[in-house]
Ligand binder design. Structure first.
Ligand SMILES: Cc1cc2nc3c(=O)[nH]c(=O)nc-3n(C[C@H](O)[C@H](O)[C@H](O)COP(=O)(O)OP(=O)(O)OC[C@H]3O[C@@H](n4cnc5c(N)ncnc54)[C@H](O)[C@@H]3O)c2cc1C
Length: 509
């Protein structure tokens, strides 16, 4: 595709912002900038909006092949409301009545975690006894406290420092949220049943982190889930479409199959971007929604590379081995979200830390034709499934061999079979995406899907904020504060737009 400069010449007097990438954060930044009066062009190397929120076509059916657990829809509601629109006019969300079904092999049991906290305590009592239920109630209370302590002063604040957080949240409150303990260790104080410790330890993986290294503050994810998990009509792809639709209604221009090859700079800072086909586009500012590693490793040029903190491969978050398939299922009642746990969680994360696929992986399954209600009926015939297994993000340095991947797929299916689930799918009805493909989709990441891992209590402060050292260059996305996940990435886009607008206003003055 050839794009001439004229196509992008800004004919009105508004300042022009180029947004690199139509991931969640690129989209929320575009919406906020357009409603504030900027002329915005989103340049996306893929063929559709959404970034990791993508679909793959399997046997003629579109399967969500990225995020599937939607939480904190109020973040999107606020975005729409601030733009004078209503989320519910663009997206239909159903609240799930269980957060997920969990299963352990060889009759280790099955556990549905209700979304309602009181029902959840009753369910834990039935599953693991009255004492465990009391400890679980305490866990939920503490998870809520951590969330409340960090929500405004950290997650919604523009790149907080340790000192700033202490000032805003209060030293005593911070000390009470166990900032220095690991998640795994803290969970041991609440759960004597190893299955529940494993279940809540898995929340570390929502940020692409290892539960044995992540801080206990990630307990807050339990509160986020308990506040509601939502299933959008039309799947997660409908969320991306709703965001892009809102942006378009505000005048944002989208160009797909447009790979940005360089950010152009001059003495005053950013001057525009150059696409891979050579076309240049003038822009006063750029919001970069690609992973920060793409900037820091120089993919966009040396001036932008020097403007952001260096990223080390050792700090990368997890990658994944995913399978999107259309299959006939039987023997196990899948829920919309089901997790099949491995027998040795420590071995799973030790293998990943060593750059290997787990000997027996924990498997998450999203059964996309099943509704949000726990008793929603199984579809007739073959159904759409999306499977995720954690994997190391070392596609550039230690690529996985085909045999290793095949072995992992086999143990994945064996584990599900040991839990009772039988799957019948032809090889043509299955699309695999592993770290190597993710690395190609999201350059300079080695396949990491969540930016840098949250390992150690300072990791969250090491993520860059929206502003960079280069005038006119702003960052947005899961590798930027406040971190990965759809609502967090959405917030980062909003923070980038707010910083850009503020700086623009003060420069003009
Ligand atoms: C398998 C999987 C499961 C997940 N599960 C969940 C979940 O259940 N719940 C949840 O909340 N989160 C989940 N996540 C995480 C969540 O999807 C991400 O944190 C979030 O979508 C990241 O958004 P982003 O704004 O960082 O943009 P990204 O999605 O990273 O998009 C960046 C965009 O930039 C584009 N781009 C990059 N370089 C260029 C360039 N040079 N030129 C033009 N365009 C470029 C890319 O093509 C891409 O479209 C999951 C992620 C994956 C992959």
């Amino acid at each position: 595709m050839s794009i001439s400069r004229e196509v992008f010449a800004v004919t009105d007097r508004r300042a022009h912002v180029a947004v690199i990438g139509a991931g969640v954060a690129g989209l929320t930044a575009a919406v906020d900038l357009a409603r504030r009066g900027f002329a915005v062009t989103v340049l996306e190397r893929g063929r559709a909006p959404g970034g990791k929120m993508r679909t793959v076509d399997v046997a003629g059916r579109a399967i969500d092949a990225g995020p599937t657990v939607l939480t904190l829809p109020d973040v999107l509601e606020d975005l729409f409301a601030d733009a004078g629109a209503r989320l519910s006019d663009h997206l239909t969300l159903a609240r799930a009545d269980i957060l997920a079904r969990h299963a352990w092999a060889d009759d280790g049991g099955r556990f549905d975690l209700p979304a309602d906290p009181e029902a959840a305590v009753v369910a834990v009592e039935a599953f693991a006894g009255a004492a465990e239920a009391r400890r679980f109630a305490r866990f939920l209370k503490d998870a809520r406290r951590i969330y409340q302590t960090l929500d405004q002063p950290f997650m919604r604040a523009d790149r907080p420092s340790v000192g700033g957080l202490v000032k805003r949240a209060g030293a005593l409150n911070l000390a009470r949220i166990k900032p220095f303990a690991t998640l795994w260790k803290a969970l041991g104080d609440y759960f004597h049943d190893p299955r529940l410790r494993q279940l809540f330890g898995r929340y570390a993986t929502y940020t692409g982190s290892n539960p044995y290294l992540a801080p206990a503050t990630l307990m807050l994810i339990a509160h986020v889930e308990q506040a509601g998990v939502w299933v959008p009509t039309g799947g997660m792809a409908a969320v991306a479409r709703a965001l892009a639709g809102l942006a378009e209604s505000l005048g944002v221009a989208f160009v797909y199959n447009a790979e940005v090859a360089a950010i152009l700079t001059g003495r005053q800072g950013v001057e525009g971007v150059r696409l891979a086909d050579g076309a240049t586009i003038a822009a006063e500012s750029v919001v970069c929604n690609a992973d920060v590693a793409a900037l820091s490793t120089g993919l966009f040029g040396s001036a932008p590379a020097a403007a952001v903190p260096a990223t080390k491969p050792a700090d990368r978050s997890l990658s994944a081995l995913t399978l999107a398939l259309v299959a006939e299922t039987g023997g196990f009642p899948l829920s919309h979200h089901t997790v099949f746990f491995s027998g040795d969680y420590r071995a799973e994360f030790d293998a990943i830390a060593a750059g290997r696929l787990p000997p027996e992986p924990t498997v998450y399954v999203c059964a996309q034709d099943r509704g949000a209600a726990v008793d929603s009926p199984a579809p007739t015939g073959a159904e759409r499934l999306f499977l995720i297994v954690n994997a190391p993000a070392m596609a550039d340095t230690h690529p996985l061999s085909e045999q290793e991947i095949a072995r992992c797929e086999e143990t994945t299916f064996t584990l599900m079979a040991r839990c009772g689930l039988t799957l019948k799918a032809s090889p043509e009805a299955m699309v695999r995406t592993g770290p190597a493909e993710f690395a190609r989709l999201f350059p300079a990441t080695g396949g990491a899907l969540y930016g840098r891992a949250s390992h150690g209590w300072t990791a969250s402060f090491d993520r860059p904020g929206a502003r960079t050292k280069l005038a006119g260059l702003y960052l947005a996305g899961g590798s930027v504060h406040p971190g990965a996940g759809v609502p967090m990435a959405a917030l980062s886009g909003r923070l980038a737009a707010a910083s850009l607008a503020k700086d623009h206003g003060s420069t003009r003055r």
